[in-house]
Ligand binder design. Sequence first.
Ligand code: ATR
Length: 277
Amino acid sequence: MNDTRIPLAGVIGSPVAHSRSPLVHGHWLRTYGIAGHYVPLHVEPGQLEEVVRSLPKMGFVGANITIPHKEQIMEIADQVTDRATLIGAANTLIFRPDGSILADNTDGYGFITNLHQAAPDWDPATGPAVVFGAGGASRAVIASLLEAGVPEILLSNRTRERADQFRSEFGSRIQVVDWVQVGNVIEQAALLVNTTSLGMVGKPRLRVPLDGLRSSTVVTDLVYTPLKTDMLQWAEDIGCTTVDGLGMLLHQAVPGFERWFGKRPEVDAATREAALA
Ligand code: ATR
């Protein structure tokens, strides 16, 4: 019997109303004329397993996973990709025809693909990356930078123990720098990445002194509200190539869309516009 059901996908989180994923996937579905739907699903942690197990029976082919479920979903999935295991969290689920659930993490892919697209002259091998923050988002960034061949990562976090933990997990290419000292190593950066929430609307400002920044450094911020953070403005003013955080959000959505709906979508100006609507 042919399955003629329209494929469904969605984003599972709590809260989820602010998520831009429905705008992005909805834009791609319309652009490519695909009969499918992508919906926000507000799910509390206690209901996660029950909801996820019931979705394939309702015609869902997959889902994105966001706060606060990205770690818990690892226990529920039947299979977890190597990159999700390395990062310790998943953001993308594939519901297979046999009923099993595969959990993947596309954040690192999204980060590095966006960086290559937005800063095509950046060569990972040219020098160290300075990374602010050692939280969940940072794990994906660090894993992808190491895989891309960055020789050294100077990692700094307010809570130093979290950065030390990264060094023990990811190895000696990570050098931990005290949060209050990080201004002193900025001049070494071929790439500078902010993975903290500092600079986001409603959060404190990023107060790291950036005086040592060189104009040859590529500077990127995972924060995308606002699109142009103070850090990116500073970097732009001295002539650096800057990369905002929206591109990572868009690129991390690509592998899921392709698996669920059978079309590899383009990340272009129209996609950015759709995400900001
Ligand atoms: P995410 O998954 O978005 O990375 P997270 O795991 O809570 O969220 O990590 C948030 C990051 O922002 C951490 O690096 C955090 O530093 P701590 O590990 O010391 O908490 C950083 N961060 C948040 N608020 C901060 C602040 N006021 N000053 C410095 N760093 C801050």
